[in-house]
Design a protein around this ligand. Structure first.
Ligand SMILES: Cc1cc2nc3c(=O)[nH]c(=O)nc-3n(C[C@H](O)[C@H](O)[C@H](O)COP(=O)(O)OP(=O)(O)OC[C@H]3O[C@@H](n4cnc5c(N)ncnc54)[C@H](O)[C@@H]3O)c2cc1C
Length: 321
């Protein structure tokens, strides 16, 4: 039996979420005495054999250029074919934009049970049960999977990357690739910033900042912490910041190691996108702000006083102040 793990890439480079999925899939394989094998789609600049260090013994590569951009219908067909070709019983992928877009279609095509947003290794003591988050991260569900083929999409930051020093055997997988029905005619890409979904630290501002002219304070702290920038929805709706920074139920869902919320009240819709952060720090002048209930560390105070001091202390700690 083998376990197939999708190692997805952007512009030829593997993402952090791919390494998490590989490490998780390799552990699932070890648990069940199966072989862990990776699937890579499109042309890649990174070294394929080096994926072995995350625990896979083989890398199946479909190098077709048409797979460099994600077209869900094309991806679903190719991945389903790969699952059949190598007779994989479990497919693991990251619960990122790609995973979210293709996992339901794969589930239907492969007649496979799907656990999206999984947060732990399967419990095989009595069947095959996988824990996942539900209700925007407010609760967990243990899902019993009883189909022949199973699909698990792993929540971001839910499993620690385990890297060794092995190399994997690389082989080309000869699978027909359909022409995409959706044609990408332009890509508007943000450059020079830490991508929010990949960031391990995030500094996020809300309406408490009063206006876009004060964002320098948030940016200074983010720079000192080497963190990505985020914001609450009203901030993006008001045009203070771009919508690609908006986190929450209707924005991007993130799970960094550190989330610093500055002048954000902590409405349930905001928390839905950030409550999987490992450590939450809240700075708010209102001691009754709901965000403090979700915080690991809280500072009751005025952001215009606290932020410059905090940034100064971080710089001092790094020997820059
Ligand atoms: C269907 C739906 C979906 C939504 N989706 C999202 C979403 O995805 N993401 C999201 O963020 N919101 C979302 N919202 C909006 C959400 O309900 C809140 O209105 C929003 O999160 C509030 O943003 P805020 O905390 O920046 O602003 P406010 O609620 O205005 O809070 C500002 C905070 O700043 C504090 N503050 C003010 N001045 C200072 C100061 N000088 N120093 C320190 N603190 C100060 C205040 O005490 C207050 O707590 C959604 C709402 C709905 C109905």
């Amino acid at each position: 039996m083998s376990i197939l793990i999708l190692a997805d890439q952007t512009d030829g480079y593997f993402k952090k979420t791919a390494f998490e999925a590989l490490s998780y899939g390799a552990k699932v394989a070890e648990q069940s005495g199966a072989a862990a094998e990776a699937l890579v789609l499109g042309t890649v600049k990174d070294d394929l054999a080096s994926l072995g260090k995350y625990g896979v013994t083989k890398v199946h590569h479909v190098p077709n250029e048409a797979l460099n951009k994600v077209d869900t219908r094309v991806y679903i067909k190719v991945i389903a074919e790969a699952v059949h070709t190598i007779s994989a019983k479990i497919l693991v992928l990251a619960h990122n934009n790609t995973g979210r877009a293709i996992a339901p279609g794969l589930s239907a095509r492969l007649k496979a049970a799907l656990v999206p947003a999984a947060v732990s290794l399967p419990d095989t003591s009595n069947g095959f049960v996988v824990k996942k988050v539900v209700f925007s991260g407010k609760a967990f569900a243990n899902v019993f999977m009883n189909t022949d083929i199973k699909i698990i999409s792993l929540n971001m930051n839910a499993y620690k990357i385990a890297a060794g020093d092995s190399n994997a055997e690389v082989s080309e997988l000869n699978i027909p690739v359909d022409t995409a029905k959706v044609k990408v005619i332009a890509t508007d890409k943000v450059t020079g910033e830490i991508p929010l979904t990949e960031a391990t630290r995030v500094v996020s501002g809300g309406r408490g900042l009063k206006g876009p002219e004060n964002w320098g304070l948030v940016e200074d702290l983010a720079r000192a912490l080497n963190a990505a920038l985020a914001c609450s929805r009203p901030v993006a709706d008001s045009g203070w910041r771009s919508h690609h920074e908006h986190v929450g139920q209707t924005g991007i869902a993130i799970a960094p190691n550190l989330y610093v919320a500055v002048g954000i009240s902590g409405a349930i819709q905001h928390l839905a996108g950030v409550n999987r952060s490992k450590v939450i720090v809240v700075i708010n002048k209102d001691a009754e702000a709901p965000f403090f209930k979700a915080a690991d560390y809280g500072v009751v105070g005025d952001v215009f006083e606290i932020l410059p001091k905090l940034t100064g202390e971080v710089k001092k700690f790094k020997g820059e102040g």
